[in-house]
Design a protein around this ligand. Structure first.
Ligand SMILES: NC(=O)c1ccc[n+]([C@@H]2O[C@H](COP(=O)([O-])OP(=O)(O)OC[C@H]3O[C@@H](n4cnc5c(N)ncnc54)[C@H](O)[C@@H]3O)[C@@H](O)[C@H]2O)c1
Length: 242
């Protein structure tokens, strides 16, 4: 079976994606800065490996591809999911925080795609997904760096899809409020309020995003490329207004 690399896979949407892909028969390389990623990969068993790597580092990407090639085979699919975020308005955001968000979310995608591109193009059937966000399209408070990088990811996907099709299909998913550790610092009341702002009246689960990513990487999505698919329970199509 082909090999998928998933970044930020120690927990949350990345971990659920690795689990879903593994269940669908993919061999899966799980990368993360969190060393627990090795245990998470061991839990999946045969055909999975965990690699500690910073998605923002070009050197780490070279090492990841070499290790994946040796342990599992050529990279057939790439899921760029790792994130950096900083909750501050523009006037209060440090330049370091701004830069780290660019480095992980956007330059990390550049490095990851460049490192994996030879493998992805080699059989003429490469696949990739970038995990963007509804923040790519909507103005919300206190996340200027995150939102700018998430919008940048959707532009990057369109460019790469046009450039490397038909040998590579690449898409974004744009999750709405998904119940992961990202929400740990937010009160239960606020989480419920975010859930109520969707058409489905609840927050999503990481597995519900993972299913869409697995679909986009599968042959069933053979005519979808360059797209950004909302996975947001209808958050983006409903707003309160008198
Ligand atoms: N949870 C949501 O509500 C939500 C909504 C929209 C979009 N998203 C997107 O989904 C993706 C996953 O988010 P999540 O909610 O699962 O987050 P999470 O915080 O639960 O998991 C993120 C993982 O990324 C890892 N990581 C952080 N920096 C890294 C780096 N430099 N290199 C490698 N790994 C790194 C973390 O260690 C962690 O394991 C992100 O791209 C995020 O922007 C999430």
């Amino acid at each position: 079976m082909p090999v998928a690399v998933v970044t930020g896979a120690a927990r949350g949407i990345g971990r659920a994606t690795a689990q879903t892909l593994h269940g669908a028969g993919w061999r899966v390389a799980m990368t993360d800065v969190d060393p627990h990623v090795s245990e998470r990969a061991a839990e999946l068993g045969q055909g999975a490996c965990g690699i500690v790597a910073d998605a923002a580092s070009a050197e780490d990407w070279q090492r990841v591809v070499a290790e994946v090639n040796e342990r599992l085979g050529p990279v057939g699919a790439l899921v760029l999911n790792a994130l950096a975020t900083d909750a501050n308005p523009l006037h209060a955001m440090s330049e370091e925080a701004w830069q780290r968000q660019l480095d992980v979310n956007l330059t990390g995608a550049f490095h990851g795609l460049r490192a994996c591109l030879p493998d992805l193009l080699s059989d003429g059937q490469g696949r990739a997904v970038i995990v963007s966000s509804v923040h790519a399209h909507f103005g919300l408070l206190d996340v200027p760096g995150y939102a700018a990088t998430k919008a940048g990811q959707t532009g990057l996907v369109r460019q790469v899809a046009a450039q490397y099709g038909p040998r590579l299909r690449i898409n974004c998913v744009a999750p709405g409020p998904i119940r992961t550790a990202l929400w740990d610092r937010i009160s239960e009341a606020e989480r419920q309020r975010s859930g109520r702002q969707t058409a489905l009246g609840r927050m999503g689960e990481p597995e519900e995003v993972a299913e869409v990513i697995a679909f986009l990487l599968s042959d069933r999505a053979s005519y979808i490329t360059g797209a950004t698919i909302p996975v947001d329970g209808g958050w983006s199509i409903t707003k309160d207004s008198a």
